[in-house]
Design a protein around this ligand. Structure first.
Ligand SMILES: O=C(O)CCC(=O)C(=O)O
Length: 295
């Protein structure tokens, strides 16, 4: 057996509210929209050149794919540079340099007028927190699920990326580090000796092209590889009350505790979390729950 994400995520052109709720939102099943934000201004206007001209002077925090830092917090970018230099870097060839959860709207609030929230289709949209993501060809957003447990709608406005998804039922078999919502496993080159639980994990994938939007339900794991220079944006909608409350606790308390322990005890904390993740996966395999599918 081996990890399997060969299944393709559903794709829809036009869909109405009832159909979306019944087929995707209620069952929490991922789907890719070809046209949800395709006609938005952002899809025709946003480009590396545009951002260089408008915001090249600001400073940005840049993440990378360094495998030496499997458990690094997403809150601390290791490198800071001028946005113009960053945009030059990602347009001049492959690089792992990425901007994650970048609030470009803080620097240029009028960009909010470049797209409209699809309120005809999605309930409970959280309008305050759209985020942008920039990356060079070859950069990877490591496997994680979003801490706030919201539904995420990720649109690609420039470039293309491969997105691989796994359902929340695979938390243990994906070796989630406790107190976090990420894992150290590399699903593109799975190490089955170290992570035998991966043998039982099933997911799905899609290539997200310019103008397309992917619905990632609450707590869905995602691994994203940029197939070209890319600019994306996500907005969110609230899930169930219990997911939302859990999410706030994770964002406000648990992740802060984890950051503090990481800073103060370093490797000791990481080793403890690794042991806990291993034993959870072993327990899951023993229970035989490893044959769950995410159909
Ligand atoms: O597209 C990306 O770079 C990452 C997107 C992501 O991880 C997210 O929306 O949670």
């Amino acid at each position: 057996m081996a990890i399997d994400f060969s299944k393709e995520i559903d794709v829809v052109d036009c869909i109405d509210y009832e159909e979306f709720v019944e087929r995707y939102m209620k069952p929490q099943k991922p789907v890719k929209f070809r046209n949800l934000l395709r006609d938005s201004t952002a899809n025709s206007k946003w480009s590396p050149e545009y951002f260089k001209k408008e915001l090249g002077h600001i400073e940005v925090g840049v993440f990378d794919n360094d495998p030496a830092y499997l458990d690094r917090s997403y809150k601390q970018a290791p490198v800071r540079m001028k946005f113009a230099d960053y945009l030059d870097l990602i347009t001049s060839g492959p690089t792992d340099a990425r901007l994650h959860l970048f609030n470009v709207f803080k620097h240029k609030p009028e960009l909010r007028h470049d797209f409209e929230y699809p309120e005809h289709l999605v309930d409970n949209i959280v309008k305050g927190f759209p985020f942008t993501f920039f990356g060079g060809e070859g950069s990877v957003a490591r496997m994680h699920r979003d801490m706030d447990n919201a539904n995420v709608f990720l649109t690609e406005f420039w470039g293309r990326k491969k997105v691989i998804l796994f359902g929340p039922e695979y938390d243990d078999l994906l070796y989630r580090y406790p107190f976090t919502t990420h894992t150290g496993v590399n699903i593109e080159e799975p190490d089955y000796e170290k992570y035998p639980g991966l043998n039982f994990v099933k997911g799905s994938h899609t290539i997200l092209e310019k103008g397309e939007t992917l619905f990632m339900p609450c707590k869905y794991w995602h691994h994203i590889r940029y197939l070209s220079t890319g600019i994306g944006m996500s907005f969110r909608s609230l899930g169930t009350v219990s997911n939302t409350v859990d999410g706030w606790i994770q964002v406000g308390l648990v992740s802060t505790l984890d950051d503090t322990m990481r800073k103060t005890t370093g490797n000791w904390w990481f080793e403890k979390k690794t042991e806990m993740a291993d034993s959870r996966a072993r327990r899951m395999m023993k229970k035989g729950k490893s044959r769950v599918t995410n159909e």
